[in-house]
Design a protein around this ligand. Sequence first.
Ligand SMILES: Nc1ncnc2c1ncn2[C@@H]1O[C@H](COP(=O)(O)OP(=O)(O)OP(=O)(O)O)[C@@H](O)[C@H]1O
Length: 530
Amino acid sequence: MELRGITKRFPGVVANHDIDITVRRGTVHALVGENGAGKSTLMKILYGMQKPDEGTIAVDGEQVSFHNPGDAIARGIGMVHQHFMLADYLTVLENVVLGSEKLYGIGDRARAKIKEISDSYGLGVRPDAMVEDLGVADRQRVEILKVLYRGARTLILDEPTAVLVPQEVDALFDNLRELKAEGLTVIFISHKLGEVLSVADEITVIRRGTTVGTADPKHTTTKQLAELMVGSELPSPETRESTVTDVPMLTVDGLRLSATDPDGVVRSVLDGIGFTIHKGEVLGIAGVEGNGQSELVDAIMGMRHLDAGVLTLDGADISRTPTRKRREDGMGVIPEDRHRHGLLLEAPLWENRILGHVTERPNSKGAFLDLKGARTDTERIVREYDVRTPGIDVTAASLSGGNQQKLIVGREMSHDPKLLIAAHPTRGVDVGAQAQIWDQIREARREGLAVLLISADLDELIGLSDTLRVMYRGRLVADADPATITPEELGSAMTGAASGHLEAPDDSGAEGTGSADSTDTDPRNGGEDR
Ligand SMILES: Nc1ncnc2c1ncn2[C@@H]1O[C@H](COP(=O)(O)OP(=O)(O)OP(=O)(O)O)[C@@H](O)[C@H]1O
């Protein structure tokens, strides 16, 4: 695949400027670059979602022009997006076939084809499993299979490892090697430079819309790659000085929550959760996505009614307080899904600055919104958090993913929160920006900020947390010492496997209305079957 002289302009921004990339068949080709460098735009062009202003694309020596993803798929190019696009209440087979019924029908022929693809690349996909029952890594395999089913010979993966634990990353890389061995080509975008070096055959580095070079993974270190990318050194998340006090900031006691699924079945999602976060402490929650973390955040934010439990913020019972009041009382939140809960994508940046802080300075004065105050402060956030944008009047949708994240972090930190609920605070941000966000969190922690950190990035969890808890099936099942645990051990614990470096928690829900009635403490059997 040859991309030559690709240029793409948006109002006020040249997203791609004269980019050249050659991808050889049967290789894994990584695309790296800082936030807003133009990686996603380039891949969208290759997948027919965007049209380049200038430049040519050739596949197998033949010039092509894609008007939509259908054209790209017809030329054997498929894309797995960062946000999975599967229907939960359909089976794997139904999801794979959806929209491509004419290929192999929707019955046994399709099932046989899925099995054949799954077996030949070692994907281990079960056609009749319900997607809602699958974990993140399995869903990703379904997405990959879906693309292969449509005949893709080149796969584009957008940050495929962002949500995986180390063992899952290894399994994914094994799959990619299988694909490569069969002559398929993989192009992937990643901010995790260590992983890039371990799996890629070739690396193209993009900086500010232009290709600045290619790197040979065999002769490059992560440090060199970072320097090529952002012109700065790799951050080290290893600062260990403790600022933990003995003053409780948030206490969660005997928290229980259940949810009713569309079939009307009530299931427990939080099963007697209890912990305390003190001033100056970062409490990290490790867990594979979908084990109750989102519900825990919602419960603390006041976005769900509790079945049982007491929440205390800075000495005051907030169990029945509305969300807005909790925010005004000093709760900041970096939500896990920035598009659904963090931003209004179609609104300009300065309006997004106001979001969730309508009643607070500098966004309001008395009963009125202070638009000038909000605008000036948005400009400050853009400067201080290095949000790459042509201005504060562009929509949030036009920012690159990492820059959207920086805007949210900037907004939430600007109100001097007492408690910051940070779900994947650096998801999608480049190494330079990640170091900056970590520094900002540490700085605020020194001033007494308490942080509830939820992250799929185990280096981040281990590096930032003072205390680490493992969440599995709606319970806190183990404690880990961030000073000694390795990402691999933590990864095993998260998937429910036992580890010698973990201790049973001392207070995970035994108090209050918690799970005193529950005798099953083995995480592999624990809780209700979710
Ligand atoms: N639809 C759009 N309208 C206006 N500007 C856009 C649009 N899409 C992208 N841009 C701009 O183009 C530039 C490149 O964005 P792109 O999403 O390609 O970056 P990226 O390298 O993928 O970044 P990240 O690592 O943060 O995902 C950014 O400045 C972005 O704001």
